[in-house]
Design a protein around this ligand. Structure first.
Ligand SMILES: Nc1ncnc2c1ncn2[C@@H]1O[C@H](COP(=O)(O)OP(=O)(O)OP(=O)(O)O)[C@@H](O)[C@H]1O
Length: 303
């Protein structure tokens, strides 16, 4: 499989701070790799090296086999980054046409991409005056118009509502089907689980683990059985397969690896049992565990 991003043996320091430490990571054509990790893990540093904004200190960073600091390499790269501000006076059409020309494409390539991203009606508006979600679409159009081989998306869906997020990932899926590789950094872990082939978890500048979202979650086989019951804690702890018991008011949380067996004995023990629920480990909890945080049972947890 062709690699569109190759990172190997990368070390990067800011003074005494080691931001990246012997880092290796690849993105293949058509693959979506999510880079996750807590604040300060080194995600932005890696992105800035990959887009050629930082000068490499040690190791290899190649986009489409070439140095991302070369202008010819950057033409193969589409970037959506939170921090980029638009110039004051330029319209949506001017920005997207400019990105097409810089990428070696004809000016006429702007119109179809504006249509795909619902920007046609906004074409003559100044980009700076648009809403956050609309500006995000302009950035994506600028990133896509030159048909890059690699997309780097840094927190790309922050500020987008649910329909806009769905649309965003649909557009990315179409590019992936055409062989475009994607590197995405995000704190919205559960969203990533739905779109990424592979997750790379960074902490303190190092890769602490990587794998498909399903593989990472499968490394945490524990399930939590929640129920309202009058059965005393000591008795609950003796039930088969119970690893731990925690009571929160009337609710008990029982950790187990055999939830079905536990449910059977629980119901036999307390026919008046109510509020029964079984929770599994989500990707967010798995990532927190890998980076030394404690698990939190929320649908969308910031790493
Ligand atoms: N320009 C800089 N000068 C000094 N230190 C920096 C600079 N940029 C990053 N660092 C340090 O490098 C480390 C990695 O930072 P980086 O911004 O890459 O992390 P991150 O994973 O993107 O974090 P976040 O999720 O908060 O954006 C941190 O310890 C940070 O303080």
């Amino acid at each position: 499989m062709t690699k569109v991003l190759e990172v190997a043996g990368v070390e990067h320091r800011f003074g005494d701070t080691v931001a990246l430490d012997d880092l290796a990571l690849d993105v293949a054509a058509g693959e979506c790799v999510a880079l996750l990790g807590p604040n300060g893990a080194g995600k932005t540093t890696l992105v800035n090296l990959a887009v050629g904004m930082l000068v490499r200190q040690r190791g290899t960073v190649l986009v489409g086999g070439a140095d991302p600091r070369w202008a010819s390499t950057r033409r193969q790269l589409g970037v959506v980054q939170q921090t980029l501000g638009f110039p004051k006076v330029l319209t949506v059409r001017e920005l997207i046409t400019g990105a097409a020309v810089r990428g070696g494409k004809p000016r006429s390539s702007a119109a179809p991409i504006m249509a795909e991203l619902d920007l046609t009606k906004l074409a003559d508006r100044r980009a700076r005056k648009l809403s956050g979600g609309q500006q995000q679409r302009v950035q994506l159009a600028m990133a896509l118009v030159a048909e890059p081989r690699l997309l780097i998306l840094d927190e790309p869906t922050v500020g987008l509502d649910m329909p806009a997020r769905r649309k965003f990932w649909e557009i990315i899926a179409r590019r992936r089907a055409a062989g475009v590789g994607v590197l995405v950094t995000t704190h919205l872990i559960e969203e990533t689980a739905a779109v990424a082939d592979r997750v790379v978890v960074l902490n303190h500048g190092r890769v602490v683990t990587s794998g498909s979202p399903t593989e990472l979650v499968a490394r945490f086989p524990d399930r939590t059985v929640l129920a309202r019951t009058a059965v005393p804690e000591r008795r609950l702890a003796e039930l088969p397969g119970v690893l731990s018991v925690r009571r929160e008011d009337a609710l008990v949380r029982l950790a187990t690896r055999e939830p079905e067996e536990l449910l059977r004995v629980l119901l036999a023990e307390d026919p008046a049992l109510s509020g029964l629920r079984v929770e599994g480990t989500g990707l967010a909890e798995a990532v927190l565990a890998f980076t030394g945080g404690s698990a939190r049972p929320n649908a969308e947890v910031r790493a």
